[in-house]
Design a protein around this ligand. Structure first.
Ligand SMILES: NC(=O)c1ccc[n+]([C@@H]2O[C@H](COP(=O)([O-])OP(=O)(O)OC[C@H]3O[C@@H](n4cnc5c(N)ncnc54)[C@H](O)[C@@H]3O)[C@@H](O)[C@H]2O)c1
Length: 321
């Protein structure tokens, strides 16, 4: 008899999590979305609720949970500086205690578990572009440390659970990803610029705008996460960079958004916040080789549905955010 794979997605109501839940359901899995709505709402997953293979559990992953599951995607963690700096101690707990709890569960039920780590583990990198073998340049006591060091500690825990307990792990280091269902007020650069442009408010560029970022469209990223979980042998754990290697300055992004929204906003420059990395671009050679994956959606193409999403949000008066 065919039984669907049972997959738990922590942080499943968030931006990436909601797309991942949707993609996994489309592949025929049973999906348990675990979220405490710390920085998201049920609006992101409302369209999935009628699917009989979708379940929702309000739970804070800093506390243990016991469920039967075959695979775990661990996404729970506030991802934008505004959210992760609101309660830095909780951010660290979510990364560290959350990792211990999902790994403990994976060990107990023999599930495979994937960690969504981040390019922030490279800090303000001294190597460019960043390969997985680079150990990073992270300030352990700065205002971003709760996120950066929390994610680094989580990676350590994943590899120790593998070495010590034989847990099957996958670690992905995600670079900037964007798309519909990003939180409109989370201060991330793509959502920020689009919201400002759509409301004809000044576009705030921090520093002189010459710092670079790479932007991966959400559909490309979810495909990579699933390929990492499903299509790689147990011996391959990562860490593996996932992102779009196309590199843009922040000023270029601002101009693209202004063009595409036909906005009358003006660009204004503000002081760069502490520990903001100057350059960020993934080397995705490993992902290409092991996953046979690379992003397909160029920035201009991905910005279209993203802008349309925020337009709709504004029309609805930002309900459900
Ligand atoms: N989006 C990106 O560009 C990006 C880049 C690098 C890494 N990541 C990682 O990917 C994951 C998802 O990011 P996102 O962009 O979807 O962020 P998001 O903020 O939209 O989603 C995070 C989700 O986790 C939930 N959450 C937070 N703390 C929790 C807790 N203690 N218990 C249960 N749920 C909790 C939030 O409510 C939210 O739904 C995060 O771990 C993030 O660090 C994202």
């Amino acid at each position: 008899m065919f039984t669907a794979k049972r997959i738990m997605v922590t942080g499943g109501a968030g931006f990436l999590g909601s797309h991942l839940c949707e993609a996994l359901l489309n592949k025929g899995a049973e999906v348990l979305c675990v979220d405490n709505y710390y920085c998201s709402t049920k609006g992101n997953i409302r369209h999935l609720r009628d699917n009989p293979r979708f379940e929702l559990l309000r739970h804070d992953i800093t506390f243990p949970l016991y469920v039967e599951t075959d695979e775990i995607y661990n996404l729970a963690c506030p991802a934008s500086p505004i959210h992760y700096q609101r309660d830095p101690v909780q951010t660290l707990k979510t990364s560290v205690h959350g990792a211990i709890n999902v790994l403990g569960l994976a060990k107990r039920v023999r599930a495979k578990v994937l960690q969504t780590s981040t390019s922030e583990v490279y800090g303000d990198p001294r190597e460019h572009p960043q390969t997985e073998s680079y150990w990073g340049n992270v300030n352990p006591i700065g205002i971003r440390s709760c996120y950066d060091e929390g994610k680094r500690a989580a990676e350590s825990l994943f590899f120790d659970y593998r070495r010590q307990h034989g847990v099957r792990i996958k670690v992905a280091r995600l670079f900037n990803t964007y798309g519909p269902r990003m939180h409109p007020n989370d201060g991330r650069v793509v959502s920020n610029f689009i919201m400002q442009a759509l409301q004809n408010k000044p576009i705030t560029v921090y520093g002189d705008g010459s710092q670079t970022r790479s932007f991966c469209y959400v559909d490309d990223l979810t495909a990579a996460l699933i390929a990492l979980m499903e299509d790689t042998p147990d011996e391959f754990c990562g860490p593996v960079n996932l992102g779009n290697p196309g590199e843009f300055t922040i000023l270029e992004l601002a101009k693209a958004v202004l063009d595409m929204t036909a906005s009358s906003s003006k660009i204004i420059f503000k002081t760069l916040p502490g520990d903001d990395p100057a350059r960020r671009r993934p080397d995705i050679s490993l992902a290409r080789e092991v996953l046979g994956w690379e992003p397909k959606i160029p920035l201009q193409q991905g910005l279209k549905p993203t802008i349309a999403y925020f337009e709709e949000k504004l029309r609805q008066g930002l309900a459900d955010t």
